[in-house]
Each structure stands twice: as structure tokens, then as C-alpha cells.
Design a protein around this ligand. Sequence first.
Ligand code: ADE
Length: 383
Amino acid sequence: MDAIFEFDDEPADSGLETLVEQLTLDEADADAVAVEVGRPAYAADGERGRLRAADFTPVRVLGQGAFGKVVLVRHERNGRLYAQKQLKKAVLVVHGRQARARHERAVLEAVRHPFVVRLQYAFQDQHKLYLVLDYVEGGELFTHLALERQFGEPAAVFYGAELALALIHLHTVAGVMYRDLKPENCLVDRRGHLVLTDFGLSKTGDGARTLAGTVEYMAPEILAGAGYGFAVDWWAFGAVVYELATGSPPFGGGGDRAAVMERITRADPPMPFYLSPDARALVTACLAKDPAERLSATAADGVARLRGHAFFRDTDWAALERRDPALVPPVVPFVTDPAAAENFDERFTSQSVLSTDADYDADIETAGSPAFAGFSYSASAGC
Ligand code: ADE
């Protein structure tokens, strides 16, 4: 079957494109039916009434993707800042992505974890779906990595441990395969803790066949086109820890996608001389080509082996899980004025927040297509 690639939630020139192969049988639709939780819309803070686009004032653009953008907004009623992910319905329909959008909203609603972004509200109008997320002020971990070139091992241990906790929770508690783990989807909050965002490619349950993810972080079994499972996230985890420690992904990047795929399938990653034996051991275990051999949370004793790995010998897991104030993260972002979004790429923050397409606030619960029914959600109502 010919692969049809589409770019997902990536700025056109980022060079790290997320690929999704559209299968004839819409796997995403089946997922969405299983997890869809229809909810009425509520106003903020439990106050009954419909949320609308007009309840939020756009402040700044934080990011831009193929299906819409992420905008820093101020909630008019409570005065707080949020990151509002806007998805254009017309674009979702053209690309057959309605089910994925519903699924993203359902997963975000279901998952509660200190290192996973929190959904506060979801609503829609005639033209867009809106996911209103906690604003993670430190921006992308990737931006800080680019500034420092490489973090060094203590930082790789710290962020690796927070990421491991998030993935262990997703796999063993929520039953969610994330499928797009890469530094850009790891944000850092005001205190410097990791927050995983963008669940647009996530899937409920083990077992998938769709070619999905970002090539640099894609496991060999995804590239092989065979079935795959939760272990793909641990491959990507190994790649991200490697990149945190060395400054580059293990199988290279930079545009030659075919060469990257070839190395993922056949080559061992280069091990720079300065990587400690523990770091080598962890990335080697996570980058095992055979998913059955890979260190992963769903393997036998997997969670104990991950938490007990020598790379994490100095990690106080309990302190990390409760975000103990005594822990000082390796990156504490500089935030003088949260509304200024200083930690976000100027390519986005310098853009006008005024939508080129007019902002509509029609009541979609009656006016919208049934494809988007039940999208609305409020964290403060009934949870
Ligand atoms: N980009 C995507 N999600 C975000 C969030 N919750 N906060 C800040 N930037 C984001």
C-alpha cells in the first residue's frame, strides 16, 4: 500500500516532521468510539453556562501546526492565562482527522499526572475545536537544549526520570501509547519540571499499525510496517535521553530521512567517549531493535528495572513524583512576565494574535456537525 504522509502539528520548517500514514481502515475512529466521553459544556470554575471563544482574549501565538495553532489566552472571567490549542474543523475534515481530535481531548481529560499537561476546558464553535490547557511557561525543553547545546548527564537523569514516570503512568495506568515522544513535546514549567504535551498521535491500548511519529524518534518496528505496541515509546525515550546527554538524536537528523531510517533499522548509535557506562547501558537497553528485548514498562519487571536502573541511582522517585520543593531542576526558566512568553520562539510570539479567519462563537452543540459532538469539557465541573 502506498504511504500517504501528512505533516502533523509541526512548523513547516522545523525539519522534524511528524508523519502519519492514513490507513484505509480508520484505526483512529475505532479508538475514539471506545474512549469518547460526551460531556455537556460548563463555564469556568463550575459555573454553569457555555464557554465560548469570546470568553478568552488572545495574548500571543505560542506555536503553529498543520491543523491549527497554540495561542496564549487570558480567561476573561478568572483572569488566568492558558495555552489554547485551536484546531480548524475544515482542515481536520479534509485530512480525516476528526476522530483523532476527539481522541486527543478524551485522553487529555482522562490522564492526571504531575508531568502531563492538564486539560482545563474543551469547547468548539462553528469553525474550530479548542483545547484549553494549563500554560507551561518555560516553553520547550528543546529550546533550552538548543541554547545549552547539550545538558550533560545530571540533567538527562533528571528529565529522563520525570519522562519515565509520565510514560509509566500512561502505559500502566491510563493504557495510552503516546507515539510522538521527542524533545519538542516536552515542555518545562515555571519551576523547571517536565510537562508532556501534544496527545494528537496518542492511541488507547496496545497494538497499532499506523506509521506515526517523528522519524528521528521512530522505532524500527514502526518503520518495518508491522504491528507495534507500547515499546515504541521506550525506544523514543532512549532516543530523547541520548539527545539530552549528547545534544543530537542517536541516529542523526537534518533532512536525509531515508538515511536516518536506514540507521534506525540497521546501525548501532555512536557512543561519545564522555557518556558514562550507566548512560550507555540505559540507552542501549531502550534502543534494542527487537521490541521484545527492549527495556520498557510493560515488559516483565519492566517498571522495577527502569526505576532500579543504575542510570537513575541518585533519583529519589518519591520526591520527584510529589514535585518536592527541595528538588532543584537543572533548568529553571527565566519568567519575568508570563504574558510576554519569553521562553517561546519569536517566530511565533511575534505573530499577530488576530485570527486571519474571523473568530466565531456560534453555539456548536446545536449548530455543529455530529462529527464533533461531545467535544466540550470542563475540568472543574464534575471531576
Ligand atoms: N504548547 C503546547 N502546549 C502548550 C502548553 N500547555 N503551554 C505552553 N505551550 C504549549
